[in-house]
Design a protein. Structure first.
Length: 99
């Protein structure tokens, strides 16, 4: 369980770093063509995929915390948490393949 909490916190930190940069990029409306060309680089695409996976991980971790606080937690539900992790990775992979 400690690993899941660590992933949730690290993904939250990554999102906190990413969001201001994302909003700054959106504000570059006048220079958008140059910025869009820059985003076609493979490293930027890889980073984009990573942030989607982290966003999915953060969402999953948040839902897990809500489930722990408001629902009875049974042993069989740990398997559901593992399935949720697999779905998170599948969502990131689907996003990466669509690039």
């Amino acid at each position: 369980m400690k690993r899941i909490a660590l992933v949730h916190r690290l993904s939250g930190i990554a999102l906190a770093v990413f969001l201001p940069v994302h909003f700054w990029a959106l504000g570059l409306g006048l220079q958008m063509d140059a910025f869009l060309r820059w985003t076609e680089q493979p490293l930027v695409k890889l980073t984009e995929w990573g942030i989607v996976v982290l966003l999915a991980a953060h969402l999953g971790g948040g839902l897990r915390v809500l489930a722990i606080e408001f629902l009875d937690w049974h042993e069989w539900q740990k398997g559901l948490a593992a399935i949720a992790g697999a779905i998170m990775l599948a969502a990131g992979l689907a996003f990466a393949l669509a690039l």
